[in-house]
Structures are given as structure tokens and as C-alpha cells.
Write a protein that binds this ligand. Structure first.
Ligand code: GUN
Length: 283
């Protein structure tokens, strides 16, 4: 039986730590940390994520503003909004919820965010910092995963780490964070041959593909830590990328879906917001 990696409880602890830090910082600087989220269109998953972010900010005494725009917003208007937020001294963190509609160049929009307010760690400068080994503003989901591994004393140094998925949001930054902690990292993707055999080498297996139950026990070395980033809705139920019931008896550690990685993503976003705030107010 695998140990369940309880991201939900861990996130709760991180969020109350953040709240304490916010209260101390506000006492000292008399300025409330402020995260602004830009949400385009009505994608139900994005709406849910953004509501979760708003709620978490409120509970941690971080001010949150959501700028909502219709699906047909122009790229120029979006860039103008970001320019205004970059200039606005009362805003410490900016997050543009992805994906954006097809007519908008996502990279151009992200790149417009001031790197010092880039709570997602998606701008080229912050990606470069991550690659250089400075991961203070790393993307929230992979950073939250490192926090889970640390909380359960799962050693990364020298371990075989396999990441399935090479997205900008999770797979690539995950690989760098594991490498920065001296893991031996392999990234698998849709063109990888004999993916099961490669995955089976892993002491730490991170799956971030977005395909429900694609990883079964044939991918998993006995005793491995299995981290499931996927969330898909199948027949109205949330499913991870990992077939939990089949993998759990083989794995040493496993994250549930929901209640594993997801809550830690939001908790890490709050931490990144505080990092931006501290840099901006000089704390
Ligand atoms: N869409 C899905 N995950 C994320 C994330 O971590 N950040 C942003 N901005 N959009 C997302």
C-alpha cells in the first residue's frame, strides 16, 4: 500500500503560513499584497481555477482583483491591460489565466508581464532564472510538487526522475526544478519510444499529460513516488492521468486526484505573490 501524498492538508498549512507572513508584512509596510488575474472567455475549467485562486487570496488576506474579458477581446486591448497593471504600484502580482483564445498570441501576452510581477514564472527572464538554478519565481504547479516531495522527505538528489509531458506550464519547469535538486531527469513525450520502460526506471514519476488514466502499473517501479498532475472530467467525474486503483498497490507514494497536486498549485501561487510583493516594497 502506497503512502498517500496529501496535498490538500499540506496546502492548508502553507496557506496559513502565508497568512501569518502577510499580516506581519502588512504591519511593517502598511501595504496589502495584491494579485490581479486576467481571465478571458468563459472556459468552465479556467473559471473554476480562478475562483479557487480568489478564495485562497481572500483567506490569506491578499487582495485579489479579477479582470474578466469576453472571448473576442483583441490582443492589443489585452496588452494595454497588462501595461496598465505593470505601471500600477498597488499591484504586486499579475496572472493571465491560460489558455487564451486562438486569435491571441499567448507568448506575446505573457512576455508583456513585468518579470518582477510574474507570479507564474512564465516570462523568458524567469524561465532563464529557473534554468540557471534560481527558482524563486518558478511555475506554481511544479514548485508545489517539489514542496510535496520535501514534506514527505522523498529525496530527489541522485534519484531517477521521469517527467511525462513537456508543457511550458508543468513538464519543462518540473524537469528543471528536479535537476536543480540534483535529480537524474528524463522527459518523456508523445514521440517517446517504449515509454513504459522509461517510466519504470523512475524513483519519482511525474505525469502531466492530460489524458485520463494513461499511466497504469506497467509504468511504475515498485516503491516509486507517483505524482499525478492530470485532471480530466470523464462521465462527470474528475480523473487523473494515473489509474489510481491499479498503480496504488505498486507505488511507494502517490498523489490522489483531487486533493494532491491541485491544492498545492494555489498555495504556491500565494507564496509567489508574496515573493513579488517583498521585492517590490523592498521587504
Ligand atoms: N492554466 C492552467 N494552469 C495554469 C497556471 O498554472 N497558470 C496560468 N496562468 N494558467 C493556467
Amino acid at each position: 500500500m502506497a503512502t498517500l501524498l496529501d496535498g490538500k492538508t499540506l496546502a492548508k498549512n502553507v496557506r496559513s503560513e502565508v497568512k501569518e507572513r502577510v499580516m506581519t508584512l502588512m504591519e511593517k509596510h502598511d501595504v496589502q499584497p495584491h494579485l490581479t488575474v486576467v481571465l478571458v472567455g468563459g472556459d468552465p475549467a479556467s473559471q473554476t481555477y480562478v475562483r479557487g485562486k480568489e478564495r485562497a487570496c481572500k483567506n490569506a488576506h491578499i487582495k485579489s482583483t479579477v479582470i474578466r474579458k469576453d472571448n473576442d477581446v483583441s490582443e492589443d486591448e489585452l496588452l494595454g491591460i497588462i501595461d496598465d497593471l505593470n505601471e500600477d504600484d498597488s499591484v504586486h502580482g499579475i496572472l493571465v489565466q491560460l489558455p487564451l483564445p486562438d486569435h491571441i498570441n499567448e507568448e506575446r501576452v505573457i512576455e508583456r508581464i513585468s518579470p518582477k510581477k510574474d507570479v507564474d514564472g512564465f516570462t523568458a527572464i524567469n524561465v532563464a532564472h529557473l534554468m540557471a538554478g534560481d527558482d524563486t519565481l518558478a511555475p506554481c504547479t511544479p514548485k508545489g510538487i517539489i514542496r510535496i516531495l520535501d514534506a514527505y522527505d522523498i529525496d530527489i538528489e541522485g534519484k531517477e526522475c521521469v517527467v511525462i509531458g513537456r508543457s511550458q506550464i508543468v513538464g519543462k519547469p518540473m524537469a528543471h526544478l528536479l535537476l536543480n535538486r540534483n535529480g537524474t531527469v528524463t522527459v518523456c513525450h508523445s514521440r517517446t519510444k517504449q515509454i513504459e520502460q522509461v517510466a519504470k526506471r523512475a524513483d519519482i514519476l511525474v505525469v502531466a499529460v492530460g489524458r485520463a488514466h494513461m499511466v497504469d502499473e506497467s509504468f511504475v517501479k515498485p516503491g516509486a513516488a507517483v505524482i499525478d498532475v492530470g485532471i480530466s472530467k470523464v462521465d462527470g467525474k474528475l480523473r487523473g492521468d494515473v489509474a489510481f486503483d491499479e498503480v496504488e498497490p505498486v507505488a511507494g507514494y502517490i498523489t490522489p486526484v483531487p486533493g494532491g497536486v491541485g491544492p498545492m498549485t494555489i498555495a504556491t501561487l500565494l507564496e509567489n505573490t508574496i515573493t513579488c510583493y517583498k521585492r517590490i516594497v523592498g521587504a
